[in-house]
Design a binder for this molecule. Structure first.
Ligand code: BJW
Ligand code: ZN
Length: 248
């Protein structure tokens, strides 16, 4: 049996499947990843200038403008065959837990429910000062030019600047989401890790926890990964190709 056949068989037998996704799952929808050599956001933008609370404090208009540019890209994008296959997988196994590091809503728009967002959402901004959710975002923003500064809206309660509802470097992940994700990783019998470089902690612990707890772990990525044992596999290819093949 080749790796694809082994994984397809594991999927047929799985009782609790965890699907853990990263930016690569949205790449085929035209959303840039962070670390890809040619097209990754961090090739062109400095995370220290854009993805930390200090950066927002220093220059809120620079940071808000950059996230509005990214939010517009997401609003204009559509779920791709990988998102659709993941939504379909929920109908093939008794239990599926979907954990994503992504800040877009493409899993939900593909039909997945109860998505655990470890790094927050571009669509749920909140006040930087009092943390209250901010409901006034336009859902058809003017497409902001890349790099354009935009003053963030002000919180109607306290007047503080509104910030993107994402988790920046140095910030804690939402505790309930992280606990649910860790618990699912420790309880599942199969984990698919799709389109992530696995370098950002604590999210990167999730496949490791599943492996340690005895589950089979499958990486789906165009870049071959180093495999550590007989229960770990890599299906090399784009998620939008490999996932539909698994369902076929
Ligand atoms: C495809 C594909 C296709 C392409 N199909 N696949 C040492 C120094 C400094 C800090 C740290 C340190 N060690 C640990 C830390 C902490 C830090 C961290 O992990 N840093 C590492 C980078 C070193 N972590 C944190 O700060 C976290 N918080 C925390 O730890 O709190 C406790 C604490 C408090 C105080 C002090 C210290 C600790 C928070 C992390 C938040 C991450 N935020 C971001 C930005 C979110 C907002 C935004 O969107 O702007 O989240 S960073 C970015 O990386 C984003 C992603 O969710 C995350 C993961 O990236 P992902 O999804 O894996 O994307 P890529 O681009 O890396 O990979 C894409 C993959 O897809 C590649 O493998 C491709 O091959 C593949 N691919 N096409 C399938 N078609
Ligand atoms: Zn406020």
């Amino acid at each position: 049996m080749n790796d694809l056949q082994i994984v397809a068989e594991a999927l047929r037998c799985a009782r609790h499947l965890v699907v853990f996704t990263g930016a690569g799952v949205s790449a085929e929808s035209g959303i840039p990843t962070f670390r890809d050599a040619l097209s990754g956001l961090w090739q062109r933008f400095d995370p220290g200038e854009l993805a930390t609370a200090e950066a927002f404090r220093r220059d809120p208009a620079l940071v808000w403008g950059w996230y509005e540019w990214r939010r517009t890209k997401v609003l204009q994008a559509q779920p791709n065959p990988a998102h659709l296959a993941i939504a379909e997988l929920a109908r093939h196994v008794p239990q599926l837990t979907l954990v994503t590091q992504n800040v877009d809503d493409l899993h939900e728009r593909a039909g997945s429910t109860e998505v655990i967002h470890l790094h927050g959402s571009l669509h749920q901004p909140r006040c930087f000062d009092c943390q209250r959710p901010f409901a006034g975002l336009a859902d058809d923003p003017q497409e902001p030019a890349e790099g354009r500064r935009i003053e963030p809206p002000r919180c109607p309660r306290c007047g503080g600047p509104v910030r993107p509802g994402v988790v920046w470097f140095g910030e804690m992940l939402p505790e309930p989401a992280l606990q649910q994700a860790f618990a699912a990783a420790e309880a599942c019998d199969l984990l698919l890790s799709v389109g992530t470089s696995g370098v950002v902690y604590p999210a990167a612990q999730i496949p490791q926890l599943a492996l340690q707890a005895g589950a089979r772990v499958v990486h789906i990525n165009p870049q071959p990964l180093v495999i550590q044992g007989v229960r770990e596999h890599c299906l090399v290819g784009a998620a939008g190709m490999v996932l539909p093949e698994l369902l076929a």
